[in-house]
Design a protein around this ligand. Structure first.
Ligand code: GUN
Length: 284
């Protein structure tokens, strides 16, 4: 048996269509959703990411601003830009692309973004809101994973065991919180976990978010489990691959996300959803 694919491109297309409709309705009321993206320096991967974010905004009818600065920009100058965007009523979401140059404190910059515009969901207030179940922006990648589960009828995970591999602040930890909020029993595994396979073999849902190839192999998966692969790595031939041994695991899993075309497009989609919701709140 081969697993069914959860197609991130198809789901993104559907969700972005809904975002575009809501954005048009809001624009007709005089509020056009606006996202500001700040890029400091010349990191090639970051340049590709920000271009995709801005292009995606244009496709759904948002106003978008890309501010590019030299790597020599000072922290004070960057904080002043964030402050100005916090006060700009045409901007509903602010995204400062990470990583920042070493002389700038990431944490200080992220915390300077108004919680009402923190559409990445990276600030302490947003993470805390998720933790206690209050309204706040959810980190886009795990939020996209939840939408993928919802798309296969797994919105409520009562009675299910979810295993998250990875404990980063931007994926692993918020992922675990979102799964918990959906009533799953959640285990978080990481580099200090003694027997990863013993954990993952119990799982109905596995989310791999480590950033290393072949972290999850077929022998570590219960037949029929749902496998979500957040990884973005390159194999020996330079081809994009995830954290999961896709060819092996798809023989055992019930559902699996591919890389590319799985979680990747969902991250930007959820950024659009967060920005739209920010604009809707501003208009209300
Ligand atoms: N760098 C890599 N991914 C992201 C992201 O989702 N948001 C921001 N701000 N920076 C990133």
């Amino acid at each position: 048996m081969s697993a069914q694919l959860i197609d991130g491109n198809a789901l993104s297309k559907q969700l972005r269509g809904e975002v575009a409709q809501r954005a048009a309705a809001l624009t007709a009321q005089g509020v056009k959703p606006g996202l500001a993206v700040i890029l400091v320096g010349e990191n090639p991967a970051s340049q590709v990411y920000v271009r995709n974010k801005v292009k995606s905004c244009e496709e759904v009818g948002f106003h978008s601003v890309l501010e590019k600065y030299e790597a020599t920009m000072s922290e004070a100058e960057l904080l002043a830009r964030v402050d100005a965007l916090n006060k700009d009523p045409s901007i509903h979401g602010i995204l400062v692309q990470l990583p920042l140059p070493a002389h700038i404190d990431d944490h200080k910059v992220i915390e300077a973004i108004s919680p009402a515009k923190d559409v990445d969901g990276f600030a302490v207030e947003s993470a805390g809101a998720l933790m206690v179940g209050e309204q706040g922006f959810k980190a886009c990648t795990p939020y996209g994973c939840m939408k993928m589960l919802e798309s296969i009828g797994m919105k409520d995970l009562k009675g299910k065991h979810a295993v998250v591999i990875g404990r980063s602040n931007i994926v692993g930890k918020p992922m675990a919180m979102m799964l918990l909020q959906a009533n799953a029993t959640v285990t978080i595994c990481h580099s200090g976990t003694k027997d990863l396979g013993a954990m993952t073999r119990q799982a109905d849902v596995i989310v791999a978010a480590v950033g290393k190839r072949n972290v999850l192999t077929a022998d570590m998966v219960k037949p029929g489990a749902v496998v979500i692969d957040v990884g973005m790595n390159r194999n020996d031939e330079g081809k994009l691959c995830g954290d999961v041994d896709f060819e092996g695991v798809k023989q055992v899993a019930g559902w699996i996300t591919p890389v590319p075309g799985g979680v990747g497009p969902m991250t930007i989609t959820m950024l659009l959803v967060n920005t739209l919701e920010s604009a809707e709140r501003a208009a209300a």
